[in-house]
Design a protein around this ligand. Sequence first.
Ligand code: C2O
Ligand code: CU
Length: 569
Amino acid sequence: MWLIMKVFLLQILVFLLFGGGIHCQASIRRLTFVVKEASYTRLCSTKNMLTVNGQFPGPTIYAKKGETIIVDVYNRGKENLWFHRHGVTMPRYPWTDGPEYITQCPIQPGSKFTQKIILSTEEGTLWWHAHSDWTRATVHGAIIIYPKNGTKYPFHKPNAEVPIILGEWWKRDVNEVRDEGLATGADPNSSDALLINGQPGDLYPCSKSGTFKLTVDHGKTYLLRIINAALHEALFFAIAKHKMTVVGTDGSYTKPLTRDYITIFPGQTFDVLLEANQRPDHYYMAAITYSVAPKYQDFYDNTTTTAIVQYRGYYTPSSPPSLPDLPAYNDTDASVQVMAGLRSLADAEHPCDVPLSTNTNLFYTVSMNSYPCVNNSCGGANGTRFSSSINNISFDFPTIDILEAYYYNISGVYGNNFPSFPPLVFDFTYDYLPLVYQLPSTGTEVRVLEYNSTVEIVLQDTAVLAETHHPMHLHGYSFYVVGWGFGNFDENRDPLRYNLVDPPFQNTISVPSKGWVAIRFEASNPGVWFLHCHVERHLTWGMETAFIVKNGKHPEAQMLPPPSDMPPC
Ligand code: C2O
Ligand code: CU
């Protein structure tokens, strides 16, 4: 009897710790996501917005490495919906990857679609979000992937784990803000607040009572699973008087890297250890925007979001709590400090498989552009309309998804001619480029990759119209970040400095403002995979393309067949 009681208590404990279900690893877990409107009040005003299960941020998905999870998504909203698990590579199964008109047509209002989350090598923190218009501002949540049974964290087991989801808040409906920007051609209005776990914090009106609080015990260690779910803003994040040790990023572990602050770009995740080793008190954790505020884009959210780390015990807390020192909002050198120090573990249990040489070498420029308007009547730079591009092609979404067009041989949906090189070569980061470079072409072009080709992509920012950072995200893969720098990439000199020993393994990497990054991966996951800037307005303006990775010869190197309930186009 006592034994039964003990087992029962243990099960309750596991349920409380892991949100239920994770102990029965053999059975595939099934979750229900109901996308519906809910009303939320922030900054003294109330609005209706789309949520999952009425929660904001949405529910956390807990899993173990290698697990498959099934999510039944019910669209009870009024709009079409697309759903994506950011950083889950979905081996051979692009069908439920989710980006609009890339791998699927919409889950229509009133309908249901079953999405598989197929975990393989990912371990750490990833996230899920809507992948249509700007709905992901409110439809997002964390995915936490624990080590498999019998394996351990490559660091001392933390005493507790806490998701920290950074976001943005608009008083208005975000898609209205987007449509207004598209109508005038201007930069859409920036957010009204930044958020930590859905709350703006003490420094905003009517927000003090909701501020997120993390209670800690002196001497213990906490694993913060930090996600930047903001639509647009890159963020500096720090905790007053405490250092943070980065131990993972984008669902992959790293060598420990201790810093006073981190820079986290939209789409990225960081696993960070926080040691509660300071005088018991209340301390602010805070985030501000990093922005180069380029010539034509001085719209960024210049507010400060805070949450509180409070030590347990009896003492009189300082009031107000101290704020952390954060870099100046436009400090680009500060913005690359974490990227500069990140290394993968590259040990026996976490090997580094970076391709030492590559047979497919691509050079992609990422640019801000503009279209002229009659009488310079638009709201963008000098009366033009904002646009953006990769290799000067501003992407046009098709109306049938590229994956189905490819699989079923439907012609006229996309072209195969995405160029390996920009159409014009010039001094990309020169400050005084002639206006003629600002006009992009438009198209729905993709690049076809042979199965198992070894790919290098150099992503180069340009000063066309306005230089800025671009967090580029690839679906279906993580890649090794083998090099980066400021200025123009030099094909003779820069590859000599590549890190081919322990480069970090990421799914989102920020191309520095007026700089470049080089990434490598082996194209061993057949399917159609989206590549895009994770700054949402840049995506809206066309900074995206896709890869089609062909099947290999063996059946295990081929795409799996589609599910029977693919949403119709
Ligand atoms: Cu986080 Cu294509 O998305
Ligand atoms: Cu961008």
